[in-house]
Design a binder for this molecule. Structure first.
Ligand SMILES: [Zn+2]
Ligand SMILES: [Zn+2]
Length: 372
């Protein structure tokens, strides 16, 4: 590529400080250094985590930054020491890396690579090193990915190479939301054939959890949300029963217990709300019920009565659906290509419109087309 080795000027949505709209800016993107890959971003989803840090945490550290971690693109150039990627490869950036060397990567029991953003920097949003500048000052790279930019530079341990014929404006969802929800059902919960499941929260992650429950053979899947507009979509992904907690004058866990003779086998909390986490646990059947925390939050503590666990329930959580990222994302893309995983598309021009739709809960997932 003609741009290899040179600084690229391109457009990016910059978050200068917390709680202000993102600004479209021209930024400079430096060439990739040792072990790094410069990527032309083609499409990106807008995930709740992109809102959570600038709008909910209210921590000024980590700004200015370029948000975005649910993208897909094409390799523009590679730095020294990169042998597994070449210009033109279709790739997905990974906020959860897989270095292959750390004790967590070497363990079959976890996907939490010790080199990833979520292990090192999640409370300050970004690694302090960056390849971005704008108006003469460094711009940080949120989650090490920064997909709200036409070009980004990412370490090769956090990039997955995918099939050449994959449509990037769909498979970008596999770099966070869809893999997170789907994997939470099939990996973390270990949903079994014939089981009864409940999914709380029907955004992209929740719908993917419904799809995971269905693909794992669940016989009944309760979709729970206070926005009934989402039930129709949940049905498409495999939900069989629909509950709006606001429509009952008793806790939804009691409603579920009555409908299922004691509670569900598996529940998945896909909101990131500690009250809902408690409800999801209380909705499980005693003896063997498993409840999984899928929604991201670390602002509040959660609580529950100890009897919930003493009675034989299991409460657990996972990040990125428990998938080892570099190994699994190419296979997930194949599962989309062969129809096992459904991905919906919703295209929007304006990043701040997408953020507002996300805040009001009126979209499942917004996908921005970053470049042709
Ligand atoms: Zn995300
Ligand atoms: Zn690792």
């Amino acid at each position: 590529m003609a741009t290899a080795g040179k600084v690229i000027k391109c457009r990016a949505a910059v978050a200068w400080e917390p709680n202000v709209p993102l600004m479209m800016e021209e930024i400079e993107v430096a060439p990739p250094q040792e072990g790094e890959i410069r990527i032309k971003v083609v499409a990106t989803g807008v995930c709740h985590t992109d809102l959570y840090h600038p709008f909910e945490v209210k921590d000024k550290r980590g700004f200015p930054t370029v948000l975005g971690h649910e993208g897909a693109g094409v390799v523009e150039s590679v730095g020294p020491g990169v042998n597994d990627f070449k210009p033109g490869d279709k790739v997905i950036p990974l906020f959860l890396s897989q270095c292959g060397e750390c004790k967590f990567c070497k363990s079959p029991n976890t996907n939490l690579c010790d080199c990833s953003w979520s292990s090192k920097y999640h409370d300050i949003m970004s690694d302090p090193t960056t390849r971005f500048t704008c108006r003469g000052q460094p711009i940080l790279q949120f989650m090490g990915t920064s997909t709200f930019s036409e070009y980004t530079v990412i370490n090769q341990i956090a990039v997955a190479k995918i099939a050449d014929d994959a449509p990037l404006d769909r498979v970008c969802l596999l770099s966070c939301g869809i893999s997170t929800g789907y994997g939470a059902a099939v990996n973390t919960a270990g949903v079994t054939p014939g089981s009864v499941c409940a999914v709380f929260g029907l955004g992209a992650v929740g719908l993917a959890a419904v799809m995971g429950c269905k693909n794992a053979g669940a016989s009944r899947i309760f979709a729970v949300d206070i926005n009934e507009k989402k039930f129709e979509k949940a049905k498409v992904f495999g939900a069989t029963d629909f509950l709006n907690p606001k429509a009952y004058d008793k806790p939804i866990s009691e409603v579920l217990a009555e409908l299922t003779n004691g509670g569900v086998d598996f529940s998945l909390e896909c909101v990131g709300n500690t009250e809902v986490m408690r409800t999801a646990l209380e909705s499980c059947v005693k003896g063997w019920g498993v409840s999984v925390l899928v929604g991201w939050t670390d602002v509040k503590d959660f609580s529950a009565k100890p009897i919930q666990l003493i009675s034989g329930k299991t409460w657990k959580g996972s990040l990125f659906g428990g998938f080892k990222s570099k190994d699994s994302v190419p296979n997930l893309v194949c599962n989309y290509m062969n129809g096992k995983i459904k991905l919906d598309k919703m295209s929007l021009e304006q990043v701040n419109d997408a953020i507002n739709l996300m805040k009001t809960g009126d979209c499942i997932r917004c996908i921005l087309n970053i470049s042709k």
